[in-house]
Design a binder for this molecule. Structure first.
Ligand code: NAG
Ligand code: NAG
Ligand code: NAG
Ligand code: ZN
Length: 365
């Protein structure tokens, strides 16, 4: 027995675990490629486009059927580092990838999640910005914007005001990506605060801006989603962990109430891509020392996993004609929850509606 134990001790370090440090583009690519080779049956690595400076925008998909959509399996995504100087989310997503693939077949909870969900993970939407950071700092830094100096979280079409900002390659790549899959749930990882912020980020009086908030017809769902993340993160759920002027009871806030912004990604996802997205601010310091990364992973791991599971709340189904042919592009909406752009079935006739337990009238047309 002692002998066997000794062997284990010697052998374990050979399977190199991902280290807790910041991974620049070449190291990140090497890691993602290595994962996609070692776990080829449950992962699929692809690039959705290139940054201004020609870096690939990598997405790793984890799922039992990673290469394509399957009927009834919802598509989930995480996107980090759209502000290049907000670095924690980027590393958390690499650790999440490692955790998911190494838990498959060992941990029933993760195995079940991989069986039932197709999880798309984009560790960096702004790789040029990340590389542009000269001296890591807690506050605003060179590298927030892309290399044409545009803030990508102000760069999307906006439903409430005309957004004249020239659309950037990273934004265009994400918009095209959103058209290729029926994403149901998403989160966008940032730093510089500790709070889960939910749509809308912009608004008009009809969405409640007179009361300095801007709420969606799915506000109950969004608050629940934000709370799901925040309540499992021991620091985020505190009222004012970063000791700033504004407090966030429960660790959640309506984006507009915090500060209105035009051209944000979460509003775009919800309004045009039928995808519920929230914004996760994960660290008071935008680019903390790497020694802090293990504690960020420990504080966010459960939240990251639990949030993915929420893609299964509500109802899903398929619409057919009388011959049993799936009907795409049919509006399927819940009464009194009309979306700016009505939610429609995808090319397989599927719909996914995130709802809390209750009684609803669902209308199709
Ligand atoms: C992939 O497998 C090789 C060979 O076992 C190992 O050296 C490498 O660390 C693994 N990579 C990852 C990311 O797990
Ligand atoms: C997951 O799927 C695999 C392969 O289809 C199956 O063998 C396994 O029982 C499933 N596990 C869980 C927990 O759903
Ligand atoms: C879906 O239906 C709408 C309204 O009925 C129509 O304007 C649109 O072109 C259709 N889209 C597709 C892809 O068929
Ligand atoms: Zn940010």
């Amino acid at each position: 027995m002692d002998c066997a134990r000794l062997w284990l001790g010697l052998l374990l370090p050979v399977v190199a675990a991902l280290d807790f440090s910041y991974h620049h583009q070449p190291e990140m690519e090497a890691f993602l490629k290595s994962i996609s080779q070692n776990y080829s049956s449950i992962t699929h690595l692809h690039s959705i486009g290139e940054s201004v400076e020609g870096r690939n925008l990598w997405v790793l998909i984890v799922g039992r059927f990673p290469n394509e959509h399957r009927i009834g399996i919802p598509e989930f995504k995480y996107v980090a580092n759209m502000h290049g100087d907000e670095a924690v989310g980027r590393e958390l997503l690499l650790h999440l990838i490692e955790y998911l693939v190494t838990s498959d077949g060992r941990d029933p909870e993760i195995t079940n999640l991989i069986n039932s969900t197709r999880i798309h993970i984009m560790p960096s939407m702004n790789p040029d910005g990340f590389e542009a950071v000269l001296k890591p700092d807690c506050f605003y830094n060179k590298g927030r914007e892309n290399s044409n100096f545009y803030d990508l979280n102000r760069n999307f079409p906006d439903a409430f005001e005309f957004n004249t900002v020239p659309r950037q390659p990273e934004t265009v790549a994400v918009m095209k990506w959103l058209n290729t899959e029926t994403f149901v749930l998403s989160a966008n990882l940032h730093g510089g605060a500790l709070v889960a912020s939910y749509p809308f980020d912009n608004g008009v009086p009809a969405t409640g801006t007179l009361y300095s908030r801007s709420l969606t017809p799915d506000d109950d769902v969004f608050q629940y989603l934000a709370r799901t993340y925040a309540s499992r993160n021991p620091d985020m759920r505190k009222r004012n962990p970063c000791r700033t002027k504004i407090e966030f009871p429960g660790g959640i806030v309506n984006g507009y109430f915090w500060y209105p912004l035009k051209g944000g990604m979460q509003d775009y996802n919800y309004i045009w891509a039928q995808c519920f997205e929230i914004t996760l601010e994960l660290s008071c310091c935008k680019y903390p020392r790497k020694e802090k990364l293990p504690s960020f992973w420990n504080e966010n791991k459960d939240s990251l996993i639990d949030y993915i599971k929420q893609v299964h709340i509500g109802v899903k189904g398929q619409i057919f004609d009388q011959n049993g042919t799936p009907l795409p592009n049919v509006t399927v909406e819940v009464q009194d929850r009309k979306h700016v752009c009505p939610y429609r079935t995808n090319k397989f006739g599927e719909y996914y509606l995130l709802l809390l337990p209750g009684v609803y009238v669902i209308e199709d047309s």
